[in-house]
Design a protein around this ligand. Sequence first.
Ligand SMILES: N[C@@H](CCC(=O)N[C@@H](CS)C(=O)NCC(=O)O)C(=O)O
Length: 230
Amino acid sequence: MQVYHLENSRSQRILWLLEELDLNYSVERFNRELSGRAPPEFRKVHARGKAPILIDGDLILAESGAIVGYIIDRYAPGRLVPKDWKANSRYRFWFNFAEGSATFPIGLLYFVKQKSGSSAEVVDAAKQQVDALLDFIEDELQPGPWFAGEEFSAADIMMSYGLQAAHTRGYLRERHARIKSYLERVYVRPASCGLWPEAGDMHWVRSCRFSSWRRHLGGLSTALCGENLK
Ligand SMILES: N[C@@H](CCC(=O)N[C@@H](CS)C(=O)NCC(=O)O)C(=O)O
C-alpha cells in the first residue's frame, strides 16, 4: 500500500492506522503549496486532488473514512472495531461524526480567521459553532477513556485529527478538560507518535524509521517515542 501524505493533514489518520495495525506501506510525502492547497501530484492520481489518497495495487481510493474502512476490512478484519453492539453504535456515531460534523466547523474557523476580509461578526459566528461543538464532545466523552468506550478504536483515529487541530489552534477552553486529557492519551500512543504538528511534521520521517526498527526489534517504548517528540 502506498499513502499519498500531505503535511499536517487528514492523511495522518491513515499513517496512524497503518502503524496501529503494524501493516507494511510506503509514503509519498508532499508539502502544501503556499496557498495551503495540495500540489498537482494529488490531482494526477485522483480527480478530487485532496489528501489522503491510498494506492493498493490497481485500487486508488480517496476520503479518509473510506480508506480507514477499506484497510480494516481487507487487512485487519475485526481490529479496532468494537464487537459489543452498544460500543459498536458509539463507534459508528463518532466515526461518522468526525468528517460529517466535527472537522468542518474547526476548519472553517481557521479559514475565516486567516481571511483578512472576514468581518468580526462572521468570525464570531464561526467561533460559536466551534464552542458548541467542543462543548458537545466534552459532555459526551465520558466515561471514556476512548470515544467508543473502553476500547481504543478507529473512531479515535477519525476524531483526533479535528481535536488536535482545535488544540494547536487554541480553540480548547479551560472547561474542555476531558478533551485535553483524551489528547494526552492519544499523543503517547506509540503508533501515533511523531504525527502531531507540535513535533514538526518532519519528525514523521524519523518516526517511520523508528517504526521499521520496531518491526525488527519487536517493540518501541513510549519513552523512546517521547524522546522522538523532543
Ligand atoms: N473529507 C475528505 C477531506 C479531504 C481534504 O479536504 N483534505 C485536505 C487535507 S486535510 C486537503 O487535501 N487540502 C488541500 C487542498 O484542498 O488542496 C477526507 O476525509 O479525506
